[in-house]
Design a protein around this ligand. Structure first.
Ligand SMILES: NC(=O)c1ccc[n+]([C@@H]2O[C@H](COP(=O)([O-])OP(=O)(O)OC[C@H]3O[C@@H](n4cnc5c(N)ncnc54)[C@H](O)[C@@H]3O)[C@@H](O)[C@H]2O)c1
Length: 325
């Protein structure tokens, strides 16, 4: 079977993980990358294969490109993904997939019309440990779920954080799609944000969202770029689900090594999510027509959760309904 030809639109920090994911997949190969900063597309293709493209049009016109990974900043995701679908390419779009619900509607319709996959790059939930966690919840073996905890404590210097901005939109999107995957839709939530270490950036570097779930479970979603956890049992990225009859936990601290190349590059659990996500995209969704574990509809629900959190944090309200209509 011929390998799926992949090209990257955007070749910044996250392209490293996508390069590793494509390289780990025998069913895919990198054809090239386009980035307005040519040095970046040159660096990524020198490391992972293929060649730099001079423009998006040149990339999309290449018949060897079957699929694209949209790895540019969020404001560009929708336009690039629509152009790729229009050119008949399958699309994997980095998070946050879109900035508005309207963009997600456009993407869903364009994918349907083109008969191509448009998959959110919701990498965290592709980790085998979280797929097992969902199976355990679904099987009822944990009993009724009482609480869920998703904690993220990774210090990011302000120059790295400047690429992303506020943690609520940029990082808690991982928490939101993970919650939807593991327990489903929250009914109501409370949210608070704060800024502890940013000096130049005016946005929040910490956020806490507490969600009320159907059935009474409480989901606690925490993110901080302000402080890492140097203690003996560190909470870098931790998932925990506690049920009446049992529990499940998962931690990125299961393995780590020194890799000063980029943020979280030395955390194999982080890398594993990308490898499994890209395998699913190529082998399950493109080749076999299976849906992603997290769809464009889930991306829309995740956005609604964050919008409710933004409303709550800005108004200082106690409980904010999530509006799914
Ligand atoms: N899933 C994850 O764990 C994860 C981690 C980091 C970043 N991300 C997401 O990936 C995306 C990129 O983040 P990053 O850290 O690589 O940022 P970055 O700023 O390092 O890289 C973005 C790159 O896109 C390029 N670019 C800008 N406009 C473009 C366009 N129109 N077409 C093609 N390229 C364009 C820029 O020149 C830059 O090289 C963001 O949406 C971010 O939230 C996801």
């Amino acid at each position: 079977m011929s390998r799926v030809g992949v090209a990257f639109i955007g070749a910044g920090i996250v392209a490293e993980m996508h390069g590793r994911g494509v390289s780990a997949n025998p069913g895919a190969r990198l054809i090239g990358a386009y980035d307005p900063d040519r040095a970046r597309s040159l660096a990524v293709t020198a490391k992972f294969g293929g060649r730099p493209f001079e423009s998006l049009e040149e990339l999309l016109a290449d018949p060897r490109v079957d699929a694209v990974h949209v790895l540019s900043p969020a404001r560009d995701h929708c336009a690039s993904a629509l152009a790729a679908l229009d050119a008949g390419k399958h699309v994997l779009v980095e998070k946050p997939v879109a900035e508005t619900a309207g963009e997600l509607v456009l993407l869903k319709e364009a994918a349907r019309k083109a008969g191509r996959v448009c998959m959110p790059a919701h990498n965290y939930i592709y980790a085998p440990s979280l797929r097992r966690a969902r199976r355990l919840v679904e099987s009822g073996k944990l009993g009724p779920v009482a609480s869920l905890w998703i904690l993220y404590n990774i210090f990011h210097p302000e120059e790295i954080a400047a690429v992303y901005g506020g943690v609520l939109r940029e990082v808690c999107i991982h928490h939101a799609y993970s919650l939807l995957y593991l327990l489903g839709r929250p009914l109501r939530l409370m949210a608070i944000t704060s800024r502890v270490h940013y000096r130049e950036l005016a946005c929040e570097d910490q956020a806490m969202i507490v969600c009320e779930m159907p059935g009474g479970a409480i989901a606690n979603l925490w993110c901080s770029f302000a402080a890492g956890d140097p203690t003996a049992d560190p909470w870098a990225v931790v998932y925990k689900i506690l049920g009446v009859k049992g529990g499940v936990s998962y931690s990125w601290n299961e393995a780590q090594f020194e890799d000063g190349g980029g943020p979280a590059w030395g955390l194999p659990c982080y890398e594993e999510g990308f490898i499994c996500e890209i395998r699913h995209f190529v082998e399950r969704s493109i080749r076999s027509g299976e849906p992603p574990l997290s769809t464009l509809d889930d991306a829309a629900d995740a956005l609604r959760i964050l919008e409710a959190a933004e409303r709550c944090a800005s108004r200082g309200q106690a409980l904010e309904p999530v509006l799914y209509t």
